[in-house]
Design a protein around this ligand. Structure first.
Ligand code: DP6
Length: 384
């Protein structure tokens, strides 16, 4: 009998997302409300995902959390904010008299275990997938069915965009209580099947400053960031939405690169300045522009978050030649098969013309490896 159940456990997965119009800066640190809207591409879970199990039981004496097998401090404010918010939503649902799917007490403590299928050491942002997954798992275990934007957002701003597959916008909203600061799908993952995503994992050459602290300093000191949020991003959001809807790769790629560059310009405009790109990142930027110049059009586009790894977008028919160009510029230190992970990429020779156009001094090992992936969905559309 359900009422005799003493433990309920659920396991969920959630994807990573990469912003093509960047979120950088909060207007409310506590509620995690952004100073501008942002737009991202959800990546396929076959290559990058977080899996989280949440269990509640009357036998648990305290809330506990394990990340990649290691117990972490459950008292961290953001985790606490997520737990408070989900329990508030669950109470609200019960007091509204909705049928109770899980007849367990809301006062039961929760145990949470979360793992990534990609190496954390690769420096890939995992907080977005992590908090989106936590929001799902908690919602299911506590029987909450409402919009989870707020729960995920309270963990990490960008996490609310990992609640949907395909192309997702996080509308900044206007309200002081954040109720209208929510994620929304712009187009599903099936909308642009030719789109490919290559993650170029770069050896970290610098100690990084985390996004949270970095953006806080930017908000306090960068007038360029204010200009960006007020006068640049609104039109870019509209333009990026159009590019996605029309599958306009040229427009999508150019705007993606410009927005990444502007985000890193606001970091340099921050005082003291923040620098996330490494020499290898800048070589990748140059490689992409030379590759595009050789073809006379935008065939590939880069974007960088708060770290030196590049995420490169291309259509599927461009991928083999671009991967060959990356190998040419960054001769792998790993065996060929380990250098390329994820989706298979057909090996092709580089033409002499392209080799000449790239005109680079090879940097062996600059790119550690590449993860080839594509747009994907959420756990709901990819069960198991
Ligand atoms: C550069 O979402 O990690 O990746 O809200 O403080 O947790 P917090 O920051 P976070 O910031 C992400 C910044 C970014 C751009 C983006 O994903 O939009």
């Amino acid at each position: 009998m359900a009422s005799e159940k003493q433990l309920v456990a659920v396991t969920c997965t959630a994807p990573v997302n990469i912003a093509v119009i960047k979120y950088w800066g909060k207007r409310d640190e506590d509620l995690i409300l952004p100073i501008n809207s942002s737009l991202s591409v959800t990546l396929h879970q076959d290559q990058l995902k977080t899996t989280t199990t949440a269990a509640i039981s009357k036998d648990f004496t305290e809330d506990r959390i394990w990340l990649n097998g290691r117990e972490e401090d459950v008292g961290q404010p953001r985790l606490q904010a997520c737990l408070r918010e989900i329990r508030r939503l669950a109470r609200k649902r019960r007091s509204a008299g909705d049928e109770d799917p899980l007849p367990l007490s809301l006062s039961y403590k929760v145990h949470i275990a979360s793992v990534n299928n990609f190496p954390t050491a690769a420096g890939l942002a995992s907080s977005a997938a992590g908090y989106a997954c936590l929001a799902y798992a908690l919602a299911r275990v506590y029987g909450v069915e409402s919009d989870l934007s707020e729960v995920a957002r309270r963990g990490s701003g960008s996490a609310c965009r990992s609640l949907y597959g395909g192309f997702v916008e996080w509308q900044m909203g206007e309200r002081a209580d954040g109720k209208d600061s929510i994620a929304r799908q712009v187009a599903p993952e099936s909308h642009w099947p030719e789109l490919r995503v290559l993650i170029l994992v770069v050896s970290a050459e610098k100690k990084l400053m985390g996004s949270t602290a970095g953006m806080q300093t930017s908000v306090e000191t960068s007038s360029l960031l204010r200009f960006r949020a007020e006068s640049v991003v609104p039109a870019r959001m509209a333009e990026m939405t159009r590019c996605v809807q029309e599958r306009d790769f040229q427009g999508f790629g150019q705007l993606t690169m410009k927005d990444s560059n502007q985000f890193h310009a606001t970091c340099l405009d921050t005082f003291p300045p923040i620098s996330y790109l490494s020499d290898t990142s800048r070589r990748i930027v140059q490689l992409v522009h030379r590759f595009n110049a050789h073809h006379g059009q935008t065939k590939v586009a880069y974007t960088f978050d708060a770290g030196p790894n590049a995420v490169v977008f291309a259509l599927d028919d461009t991928v083999p030649e671009f991967v060959a160009a990356v190998r040419q510029c960054f001769p792998p230190e790993l065996n060929g098969d380990k250098f390329l992970k994820g989706l298979p990429v057909r090996p092709v020779p580089l033409s002499e013309e392209l080799k000449a156009a790239l005109d680079v001094d090879p940097t062996p090992g600059g790119v550690k490896y590449i993860i080839a992936t594509q747009t994907g969905g959420t756990w709901a559309s990819n069960p198991g």
